[in-house]
Every structure is written in C-alpha cells, then in structure tokens.
Design a binder for this molecule. Structure first.
Ligand SMILES: [Fe+2]
Length: 195
C-alpha cells in the first residue's frame, strides 16, 4: 500500500486562497449563444438591458433607503409598502441580469459600476420628508418606464421576443402598478372631514 506523509495529506486538505487570473469574458463583449439570434441583435439587447439593470438596481435601493429612513404618521404602512416594492424590484434585477447572461453578455453587478451607469439622480445621504421620498421614487419609475418602452420596441423590431416579453410583462407592468400604489399617497384628500 502507498503511504503518504502527514504534511502532504494536510496540504491537500488546505484551501488554496488568494488566487488570481484573467477575466474569462470582458464587459461589453458578447459571446455567441445557440439561441438563433444574430450578434447585432444580442449586442443591442445586452446594452439596453444593462442600462435598465443599472436603473432598476438604483430604484430598488431607493426603496430600501426610504424604507429605513421614513418618518411621520404614515410610517408603518409606507415602511411595509416600500419593502414590498424593494422585493419586487429585486426580482426584476435578477431577471434582467440573467437575461443579459442568457444573451451572451456580461451583466453589471457592483455598486460602483451601477453608480457610474444609472441615469436616476443621486439622492442625499440624509433623511427626507415623505412627499420628497415619494417624488424621488415616482421620478425614478418614470425614467425606467420611458426607457423600458423604447427598449421593448427595439427588441421586438430586432426579433428578440424574449427580451421584449421580459421588459413588457415584468418590468413595465410591475413599475406601472408600483407607481399607482405610491402616487395615491400624494393625493391631497381630507383625512377626517369631507370638503
Ligand atoms: Fe426592513
């Protein structure tokens, strides 16, 4: 029987850490996937979806910021609503990122890269009043909806039906519904006595 000394056995059982290597696919390079779509179509969809991803990540995080930093008599209901919308936006983030990979692209992922890419205005670090929080959310939703509709049409015209379906069925419809729920909180109706 072959004998191995204790040091060799331990060396094999020790994790190899601090490894480095080259990227297997640089950002902005699209690899050919066997999904019967040409390179130009995939490249256009990947570029659009990465913009939509950056803005969706930002909107998602805006909801968590406001979920934490809320103040006032509507604290509890908005605390819950903002977290619900955060979770729904988080689902969209994953769906968009995975669609980018499925098309042969590389999805944006890290906060610093998202911050450089998003067109949603950066909020202050401090706390703001509820109507201001809501205005920021509605503005971000409208940015996402405007670009999403343009991107959905481009995807349909190029024959990328999967991207069109994701953008229309998930991104647009989720955002439109969230806008409804949030915007009703800034309708100035009497709370106790009718006009
Ligand atoms: Fe929470």
């Amino acid at each position: 029987m072959k004998t191995i000394d204790a040091d060799t056995i331990l060396a094999r059982a020790t994790p190899t850490v601090h490894q480095q290597g080259h990227e297997i696919q640089p950002f902005n390079h699209v690899v050919k996937m066997p999904i019967a779509l040409d390179h130009a179509t995939c490249a256009e969809s990947v570029e659009n979806l990465n913009q939509l991803l950056a803005d969706t990540i930002t909107l998602r995080d805006l909801y968590k910021k406001h979920h934490w930093q809320l103040a006032g008599p509507t604290f509890y209901q908005l605390h819950l609503l903002f977290d619900k919308h955060y979770e729904e936006q988080n689902e969209l983030v994953d769906a968009l990122a995975e669609r980018i990979q499925a098309l042969g692209g590389v999805s944006l992922a890290m906060a610093a890269d998202v911050a450089e890419t998003t067109i949603v205005p950066r909020p202050p670090r401090g706390r703001e009043e509820v109507p201001v929080q809501i205005s920021r959310l509605l503005h971000a939703h409208e940015i996402v909806l405007k670009e999403a509709r343009t991107m959905a049409r481009q995807a349909a015209e190029a024959g990328d039906d999967g991207t069109n379906d994701l953008v229309v069925s998930d991104v647009i419809r989720t955002n439109e519904k969230q806008v409804w729920f949030v915007s009703e909180h800034v309708v100035d109706v009497p709370l106790v006595r009718a006009d």
